[in-house]
Write a protein that binds this ligand. Structure first.
Ligand SMILES: [Fe+2]
Length: 382
């Protein structure tokens, strides 16, 4: 007999266009943009020891462009000169993201209006100019222009067009034999950040980067608590999300994601990472919002990295969608998401929550709503 809750959990979650929001659901405010991001350029890291990070990056499918005892630069197969930059320092931490801004964005406006400072050009991989500013959580964000592009590297063609289906059989007298090699990363796709101040962080990032919310998820009281945001590339299709903000109990890097060529790259890449002894987290499965096929790994310092392929693309005109926030709504199918993707219920978290309540950064009501959204069993039969 089927599990009694199975039928309910197997229902597709509801979603609503912004122009048809149900009563009580609040639209996410979109402030006027100061400029327009056109690419998530690279992520900056600080690591006590660069060697384990370099090993993981290579096995994960990055190309290490330069490696010294103090600085590690990696690129992907695409034409971005850098997707990850790690510098040796006293802590293992995510420092912040760098975004490429459109040519008509006025970087000086960020200096005048938001207190940004100009970056020394030699600090930017690929050169050009840029400014550094700080988001409301204090994290450094770089905005760049005129970085030199690198020459794209050859990649194995995707075999998806050769997939035999019940109606279409392009592959006859031929086999599927994809190489056993790291999943070559084509580009840096997206960054997910957890924040205590969802509304403030969403307002800041939408204003600074001119992002478009693709999917917004709300708590049972109708207040937005998660936003999948895409780049405004006009009529050019953009990834479903390039930056994701999720309201939670701390300011935290959640994960970053890297696009690979097809499902077989995801699978062969998993074999290579497993054989090399890296720490697997979750996958292979398919996400719901964004639709990507995914596979999650931890780097040697515990930071989550995602391989993905086959994600949704939208032009700027596509309307924002809203849906209730549930833990199970993160993925369409695949293994249950690991508990480590939720806030830990330990003494450290309890102390942090008490601190947030005391500082009035969090209310008891919002804490209960968060718990209701994330604690409901996602797949009751698992
Ligand atoms: Fe992701």
């Amino acid at each position: 007999m089927a599990h009694p809750q199975a039928k309910a959990a197997l229902r597709q979650p509801e979603s609503y266009r912004e122009s048809r929001l149900p009563p009580g659901v609040q639209a996410l405010h979109r402030p006027a943009a100061l400029g327009r991001a056109v690419e998530l350029a690279f992520l900056r890291w600080e690591k006590r020891d660069l060697a384990p990070t370099e090993r993981f990056w290579r096995d994960f499918g990055f190309h290490v462009a330069s490696s010294t005892p103090d600085r590690l630069v990696a690129r992907a197969a695409g034409d971005a000169p850098c997707i990850a930059l790690a510098e040796r320092g006293p802590a293992n931490r995510f420092v912040g993201p760098a975004f490429s801004m459109s040519g008509d964005t006025d970087l000086a406006a960020y200096v005048q209006r938001l207190g940004a400072t100009w970056l020394p050009p030699e600090t930017i991989p690929g050169g050009g100019r840029g400014v550094e500013l700080h988001d409301p959580s204090g994290r450094a964000v770089w905005l760049l222009q005129a970085q030199a592009r690198a020459e794209a590297m050859p990649m194995r063609p995707a075999i998806s067009s050769q997939t035999n289906t019940t109606r279409h059989s392009p592959r006859v007298n031929r086999t599927v034999r994809t190489p056993i090699e790291p999943a070559q990363v084509a580009k840096l796709g997206h960054l997910v950040l957890q924040t205590v101040d969802f509304a403030g962080m969403a307002r800041w990032y939408l204003r600074v980067l001119g992002l478009i919310p693709t999917d917004v998820q709300y708590l049972p009281d109708g207040s937005p608590n998660l936003a999948f945001c895409r780049l405004d590339l006009g009529e050019e299709p953009a990834d479903h999300h390039t930056l994701v903000l999720v309201g939670g109990l701390e300011e935290k890097y959640e994960h970053s994601a890297y696009e690979v060529t097809d499902l077989d790259a995801l699978g062969q890449g998993q074999q290579v990472l497993r054989a090399a002894g890296h720490s697997h987290l979750w996958g292979i499965g398919r996400h719901l919002l964004g639709s990507q096929l995914f596979d999650y790994w931890r780097d040697p310092d515990g930071f989550e990295h995602e391989h993905y392929t086959d994600g949704d693309l939208f032009t700027a005109e596509h309307e924002t969608e809203y849906s209730p926030l549930t833990f199970g709504g993160i993925w369409a199918w695949g293994d249950d998401a690991p508990a480590s993707m939720k806030p830990k219920k330990d003494l450290r978290t309890l102390m942090r929550v008490l601190g947030l309540l005391r500082r009035r950064s969090l209310t008891v009501g919002r804490l209960k709503l968060l718990g209701a959204a994330l604690d409901a069993p996602a797949r009751p039969w698992l």
